[in-house]
Design a protein. Structure first.
Length: 257
């Protein structure tokens, strides 16, 4: 187990505000060279990083100190990254914990599986250090805005109630187990109900990805999260409509107004 702390200015970068500790990243990667590279790049960007090489060690680390995000290799010895992710999403204390999956698998079906299990994003090896940092920072911004938005506000759409303070969603009073990304996506769609949102608009609003940054995997990420969100919404999943060739919109049935 190794810890990397950003404690000084590196290469002219601004030192983190001492009044607030930098976000903590838990890197779960069994290949020592890749773990060291990831830790170096994230630490260089001002983040606190801890690395572990096994799934059991990752869960123990989370129990000891909750990270702000987990960078999780999918192929681990012993307990796989998939099993670790399922455990994170199953536990009440960690089900909203952001997770970025790392894997050597490049097939579309593998990316779909990772997203459907609850990963917030998916990065295939080899990857550029800049892309890794952009992905991690984007997920952290989304999680922060989810947790700080709209004190005391409840956004309602038929039997759906979106608690903008507690970042929880209920359907007919039953709480839905949504990841932070799913929460942000649903919130944007419901706030803009009846208006079609392109994938790029959703990336900019729910994912906070700027214009020109999105690529194939990003647009596919939108599709996979929509698919997973519909499943979790159950009987109201059809209210998230596909607008062929453009994007998605949330539309209440006519009876609901």
């Amino acid at each position: 187990m190794k810890r990397f702390d950003a404690v000084k200015d590196l290469e002219g970068r601004k030192s983190p505000d001492v009044s607030e500790p930098p976000p903590r990243v838990l890197v779960v990667e069994d290949e020592a060279d890749i773990a060291a590279l990831v830790a170096y790049q994230l630490t260089r960007d001002g983040l606190r990083v801890e690395t572990v090489s096994r799934g059991t060690s990752a869960l123990s680390s989370i129990d000891r100190e909750m990270p702000d995000i987990v960078v999780l290799d999918r192929l681990l010895p012993g307990e796989s990254g998939d099993e670790v992710l399922r455990t994170i999403r199953r536990r009440a204390a960690t089900r909203h914990l952001p997770v970025l999956m790392l894997t050597a698998k490049r097939e579309q079906e593998d990316r779909i599986e990772g997203l459907e299990m609850g990963a917030d994003d998916y990065l295939t090896k080899p990857f550029s250090p800049r892309e890794l940092i952009l992905r991690v920072r984007s997920i952290l911004r989304r999680a922060r805005s989810t947790h700080t938005g709209g004190a005391g506000q409840i956004l309602r759409a038929g039997p759906l109630a979106i608690d903008l303070t507690g970042h929880q969603v209920t359907l007919d009073g039953r709480e839905l187990n949504l990841t932070p990304t799913e929460f942000r996506l649903l919130r944007v769609l419901v706030e803009r109900r009846g208006r079609t949102q392109s994938r790029q608009q959703l990336l900019e609003s729910a994912w906070e990805v700027g214009p020109g940054v999105s690529g194939y995997i990003h647009t596919r990420t939108v599709d996979m999260h929509i698919r997973r969100l519909r499943t979790k919404l159950g009987e109201v999943g059809d209210w998230v409509e596909t607008v062929r060739g453009f994007g998605y919109q949330f539309r209440l049935p006519d009876a609901e107004g």
